[in-house]
Design a binder for this molecule. Structure first.
Ligand SMILES: *Cc1c(COP(=O)(O)O)cnc(C)c1O
Length: 390
């Protein structure tokens, strides 16, 4: 048998990521590969840097892209800022805080966990109590937009509290970048990482990152070398920084063309407009979901517009619903993760996938599939309610 070229089915991606990729980005990625030290490519990297600064709302010089997915951006922040024996406070309210803990313990540092119920935001008072109880802590880390639950924490307040106790902050903005207000300089975030496949609607595999001057000073003051060679910021700045570019690794050239185009698209739309679009499409989905008789697990006001964790009606086989959506309607939504496995669906309305047409389609097919299974919902109510939001 001869294996043939792979042609993926035409899905609509409304899960926790990846999101639908804008065709302009795919087109950009199909352009000819050039050398990664070619002056033309170096010029493009500089533009990626400037546009990433805009997306993060920062003037940080140390703003660039890790050649690996969001998880590597997370590891990049921890391996550069944490040394063996350090104490790190991690505020956990979902899956990704658990991964932060894993990073810290593998470094040989101590993770002090501040646990919040899944589906709630990080409690600033609990953070402050932990800081008082651990005056020797040096870093506070938390997830801005918890994709596993759909809760958005108050990053600005958490950073203020951390700084009051002389701690640097590491913030996960994988799902917030390009989808919800995020202001690195104004909120005084010290180290931040994101991903390309959520609200930027690029292909997966890159992690935009940024370090403040304060974070760079901390790196300089390290007593031990950075544990990871690939993620050592000192070496990466020699590759991404201004001046002569030294070979570190071969950048994923075509993926970076894609990120460049994604950031051009973000500039064209305007950051505030992108945030407003994600909010509006969430309002539409919410109107439909609630009309159907389903509910959100996160309380109003704490919800992440681009990731909606929705309750499953009693007696419904949630996996069967997701399979029907995928196989019969080419629509992907997400399953619950960790403590919420089997308890919620996660509907993402991120980036290019965040539009009116998709929200109506998702509500319509969800209604149809649930009604077909005899679920206890208000069939036919979702679309008229959602259509009222404009
Ligand atoms: C998706 C996600 C990650 C991991 O990103 P990958 O690109 O899958 O490695 C980390 N944190 C959050 C909050 C995410 O949503």
């Amino acid at each position: 048998m001869t294996i043939q070229s792979f042609h993926p089915p035409a899905r609509i991606l409304m899960g926790p990521g990846p999101s639908d990729v804008n065709p302009r980005i795919l087109e950009a990625m199909s352009r000819p590969t050039i050398g990664h030290l070619d002056p033309a490519f170096v010029g493009m990297m500089d533009e990626v840097k400037v546009m990433t600064q805009y997306a993060f709302q920062t003037k940080n010089e140390a703003t660039f892209t890790i050649s690996a997915p969001g998880s590597a951006g997370m590891e990049f922040c921890f391996v550069n800022l944490v040394e063996p024996g350090d104490k790190v406070i991690i505020c956990q309210n979902g899956v990704f805080g658990g991964r932060m803990k894993e990073n810290v313990t593998r470094i040989g540092a101590q993770a002090i966990m501040v646990e919040n119920d899944w589906g709630t935001v990080v409690d600033p008072n609990a953070l402050e109590d932990a800081l008082k109880a651990n005056p020797d802590a040096s870093i506070v880390a938390f997830v801005h937009a918890e994709t596993s639950t759909g809760a958005m924490s108050d990053a600005e307040t958490l950073c203020k509290i951390a700084h009051k106790y002389d701690c640097l902050t590491i913030v996960d903005a994988v799902t917030s970048l390009g989808g919800s207000p995020l202001k690195v300089d104004e909120w005084e975030i010290d180290a931040i990482y994101s991903g390309t496949q959520k609200c930027l609607s690029c292909t997966p595999g890159l992690s935009p990152v940024s370090f403040s001057d304060r974070a760079l000073e901390r790196v300089k003051a390290r007593k031990t070398p950075v544990q990871s060679w690939f993620l050592d910021i000192n070496l990466l700045l020699g590759y991404w920084g201004s001046g002569t570019r030294a070979y570190h690794h071969t950048a994923p050239i075509n993926t970076l063309y894609g990120l460049h185009e994604a950031l051009v698209l973000l500039q064209e739309e305007g950051l505030e407009n992108a945030w407003a679009r994600h909010r509006k499409n969430h309002e539409m989905l919410k109107a439909g979901i609630e009309a159907m008789g389903l509910s959100f697990i996160v309380k109003e006001g704490d919800r992440l517009p681009q990731l909606n964790a929705v309750s499953i009606p009693d007696g419904v086989d949630e996996a069967a619903v997701r399979s029907a959506l995928l196989n019969e309607y080419n629509l992907e939504i997400g399953a619950g993760l960790g403590a919420l496995a089997g308890k919620v669906w996660r509907i993402g309305i991120m980036g290019y996938a965040s539009n009116r047409k998709n929200v109506m389609y998702c509500l319509g097919v969800l209604d149809t599939v649930l009604a077909g299974l005899g679920a206890d919902i208000n069939t036919g109510a979702a679309l008229p309610e959602a259509a009222k939001i404009d």
